[in-house]
Design a protein around this ligand. Structure first.
Ligand SMILES: Nc1ncnc2c1ncn2[C@@H]1O[C@H](COP(=O)(O)OP(=O)(O)O)[C@@H](O)[C@H]1O
Ligand SMILES: [Mg+2]
Length: 273
């Protein structure tokens, strides 16, 4: 592993340890010098997280790992349309949200939703991908409406972790123009214990709230300008962060927290699904 792990404020966690930390099962870990260091707070309900890096660096892989192990109720928005990595999660895919009344007799996924609700009633988990194809104009229109419905559903029902894969697609004025809805979720979600986890490639392309409201950011190597803006937003020294990111091997991430109780930087790597 990089020399960087030899710094006292940087801790390398194996993936299972990382998940245990986010779940609140471990509070301390050893640095390279064998000192026991107090880690930052776990990913509590209502805490948001932003995962930022270029395409193909393993953002979705990282998030699926967290959603699988650290969260019980997950609504994963797939605005890209059938993302392969998201598909490998094994979560249940739906192309519509639960409906009341007569429509419920017809919709093809309503039976799936009844099963999902039954699971929840029985105390089991529920991990749902919302999204369909995006190959034609008609499919694009349907997918946008579906994303809208899912955000509304998540806001009304509460308690879900809302995962937004490729937030740019959802928020862009040229694409789905749903950035405002997510922004509102980010700001109000804490009350009803909804966590929003977003992935995106560049902070400049999405609502600044995606970073501003996040308790924690997961970062891959990226341009200096981006590191600077993220570091500033999260209250970190950008030079130190940039150096640390530059020394990461493929698929590795640095997770940073916000503010005084941020804890050390955490290096880890999510295994391939
Ligand atoms: N630890 C890993 N080892 C090997 N391949 C990986 C690892 N993590 C992810 N990958 C692969 O890298 C590719 C991109 O991962 P993905 O999570 O879809 O990236 P992103 O969401 O950032 O575009 C996928 O084919 C995935 O299987
Ligand atoms: Mg992805």
């Amino acid at each position: 592993m990089p020399d960087l792990a030899a710094q006292s404020d940087v801790i390398l966690l194996e993936w299972p340890q990382y998940l245990a930390w986010l779940s609140g099962k471990i509070r301390k870990a050893q640095n390279a010098w064998g000192e026991s260091i107090r880690l930052g707070p776990p990913l509590s309900p209502g805490h948001h997280m932003a995962v930022i890096g270029p395409t193909g660096c393993a953002k979705t892989t990282h998030c699926v790992g967290i959603l699988t192990e650290v969260r019980k109720y997950v609504l994963a928005l797939d605005p890209k349309g059938e993302d392969e990595t998201l598909q490998q999660s094994g979560f249940i895919r739906v192309t519509e949200l639960p409906k009341d009344g007569l429509a419920s007799l017809r919709g093809k996924d309503q039976k799936t939703w009844r099963e999902i609700h039954k699971r929840i009633e029985n105390g089991q988990d529920a991990k749902v991908i919302v999204g369909g194809g995006a190959r034609t104009d008609d499919e694009d229109i349907a997918l946008r409406q579906l994303m809208r419905d899912a955000i509304t559903y998540s806001r009304h029902t509460g308690g879900w972790t809302l995962y937004v894969d490729e937030f740019e697609l959802l928020s862009s004025q040229r694409m789905m123009k749903l950035g405002d809805m997510i922004e509102r979720m980010l700001i109000t979600a804490r009350r009803d214990k909804t966590s929003v986890i977003t992935t995106f490639q560049a902070p400049a392309w999405v609502s600044k709230h995606a970073t501003r409201q996040a308790r924690r950011a997961v970062l891959y190597p990226q341009s200096g300008a981006m590191v600077k803006s993220i570091a500033e937003e999260m209250g970190h020294d950008w030079r130190e962060l940039g150096e640390a990111l530059d020394s990461l091997p493929e698929f590795y991430t640095i997770t940073i927290g916000r503010g005084k109780q941020a804890g050390p930087m955490i290096i880890t790597k999510a295994p391939k699904l």
